[in-house]
Design a protein around this ligand. Structure first.
Ligand code: GLC
Ligand code: CA
Length: 556
């Protein structure tokens, strides 16, 4: 594998709606982000991924784009964007934008024209397909629930395709005119605006079987099959489309790209993220894909640390000889990892630090999600009306239809909902946590008086300060070669809930041990502790870690 300039970087995801509001309307915005750049720089961040800020009706919080070349007024203006990018570059950081091109918004002018004339040239950029006697062309189920097909108003037997919400019509990537449009738009952002790359949304979905044969029904039991299964089945077709995209845009410009690529398999992986892959990197979603084997929130109980450990180490092995993955434990679609994966008594700063150590030393480019560095835990949603994500509502109904009580449904949706990661960033101990002077668009985390940036910056033992130390360690020239490119060798500590691995380069071996169990754990080791949290000891040839403790050890 070739070494790349971005391999040693630390990335941070900003969900603009929830990061920092500057004008009191309760919605985070670009000016707000610009005002917090010093915070990110001081944390040690090199690369910022900005979730969508383009013009959007906001059905899926910006992942439904109506105008790809303008900023949505709720986030500010193009001048505000230019200011932000200037500020990022002035601090020696880089900015990648979210590229959502599997689909657009039903309010995009191209789709509006297509819908008005489904036989016209614009319609060729989407999938308008005849049904079967008024029924949808196939049995695929949208990621957000219900059929992937929506009837064209005024037509008896014509449908358009949407893998996500019906307000997110899928583009037809076999259409040359569509590809030309997307490439021109991407090059405009790269060349005219000067951004540094893209995080590419839901991208494996672009490969579709134009015969729309459907698939055998899955575990949901209503005769439908998730679109995810079709995407996985079509995975080997995606590189044909995506290498063309690469060669016409970011490839020759040397820009960084990270794909949100679900449904990968070992055969296709080299084409997706190898030296000649479609993208610089892809997120390792092994843990998430294991969760999504269940057909809905109702069928998925709280996972545990052993589940996270197994998936994470499997992901490390999967990419070891192929590419350099982007690693995550949280993002805007994930619940807060501390609450989701850890035992109740580790659901606090100690557990957060332990998880941080296990995560930040992995092989790959770490993407920290806003608030993760504070050790943010689960927000207590008091009532269904406090949810904002469209998926929360459909999953809530699904829970009820499976016989759960309202209280059970609330609890189950609260556990999984994407809203968990979307509650406002906690800056200080004021009434609205320094996020806004108005009313936040979504409720605040209940612990904002005690869990916030201001408090953690002042406390050297905080989760935030621990993240800073981990980042500094990764970048320390004495260890960075090993921590960046070293292989990950999984260790067995005879304890499912204890995560242990060695990063190994030609010159060094660095042991990482994080104990999420309720018993002490011990490993044979000799060397020097580089960083630790909780009660650990390195003596008589062994490293011991108390429950909730973690250590990074330079082995001798
Ligand atoms: C991706 C995004 C998610 C969005 C979906 C549709 O999975 O991360 O937030 O809802 O794509 O664009
Ligand atoms: Ca605002």
């Amino acid at each position: 594998m070739k070494k790349q300039w971005w391999h040693g970087k630390i990335a941070y995801q900003i969900y603009p709606r929830s990061f920092q509001d500057s004008n009191g309307d309760g919605i985070g915005d670009l000016k707000g982000i610009t005002s917090r750049l010093d915070y990110l720089k001081a944390l040690g961040i090199d690369l910022i991924w900005l979730s969508p800020v383009y013009v959007s009706p906001g059905v899926d919080n910006g992942y439904d784009i109506a105008d790809y070349r303008n900023i949505d007024p709720k986030f500010g203006t193009m001048e505000d964007f230019d200011e932000l990018l200037k500020g990022v570059h002035a601090r020696g950081m880089q900015l990648i934008m979210d590229l959502v091109v599997n689909h657009c918004s039903s309010q995009h002018p191209l789709f509006k024209k297509a819908l008005a004339d489904p036989e016209g040239p614009e319609a060729a950029c989407f999938y308008f397909v005849k049904g079967k006697n008024g029924l949808p062309p196939d049995n695929l189920r949208s990621y957000f629930g219900g059929s992937v097909w929506e009837k064209v108003p005024g037509r008896d037997n014509l449908f358009y395709l949407h893998y996500f919400a019906k307000e997110q019509p899928d583009f037809n990537w076999n259409c040359k005119a569509l590809r030309d449009r997307v490439c021109a738009m991407m090059n405009w952002w790269l060349d005219e605006k000067g951004i540094d790359g893209f995080r590419i949304d839901a991208i494996m979905n672009v490969a579709k079987d134009p015969a729309f044969p459907g698939l055998p029904p899955d575990a949901l039991g209503d005769g439908t099959c998730s679109a995810a299964a079709m995407t996985a089945k079509m995975a080997c077709k995606a590189p044909l489309i995506l290498k063309d995209l690469r060669d016409r845009t970011y490839g020759p410009r040397g820009a960084f790209t990270v794909g949100e690529a679900f449904g990968l398999n070992p055969q296709v992986l080299p084409d997706i993220c190898g030296d000649d892959g479609c993208f610089s990197s892809v997120f390792d979603f092994t843990v998430r894909e294991n969760l999504e084997k269940k057909p809905g929130y109702y069928a998925c109980e709280k996972p545990d640390a052993a589940f996270w450990r197994r998936g994470t180490l499997k992901g490390q092995a999967l990419y070891a000889d192929v590419g350099f993955p982007a690693v995550i434990t949280e993002n805007h679609d994930e619940p807060r990892a501390v609450s989701f994966y850890l035992r109740k008594d580790l659901e606090g700063p100690q557990g957060a630090k332990c998880l941080a150590a296990a995560f930040m030393m992995l092989r790959g480019i770490p993407f920290i999600y806003q608030g993760q560095e504070l050790g943010m835990t689960k927000t207590e949603f008091a009532d269904q009306s406090e949810f904002r994500d469209l998926v929360a509502f459909t999953e809530y109904e699904k829970c009820l239809s499976r016989g759960m009580t309202k209280a059970q449904a609330l609890e189950r949706v609260s556990l999984h909902t994407r809203d968990q990661s979307r509650t406002p960033m906690l800056w200080d101990d004021s009434d609205t946590a320094g996020f806004t002077t108005g009313t936040p668009w979504i409720r605040l985390h209940q612990d904002h008086r005690t869990l916030n940036v201001k408090k953690e910056l002042a406390d050297p033992g905080s989760v935030l300060c621990f993240y800073k130390k981990l980042i500094a360690l990764r970048k320390d020239p004495q260890y960075s070669e090993c921590l960046t490119w070293g292989r990950t060798l999984a260790l067995d500590c005879k304890n499912e809930a204890c995560m242990a691995y060695v990063r190994q380069s030609a010159k060094q071996r660095i042991l990482v041990c994080a104990n999420f169990s309720d018993k002490p754990c011990a490993l044979a080791a000799q060397g020097e502790i580089l960083l630790k949290t909780g009660e650990t000891a390195l003596e008589n040839g062994a490293l011991t870690a108390a429950p909730g403790a973690a250590a990074v050890v330079l082995l001798s």
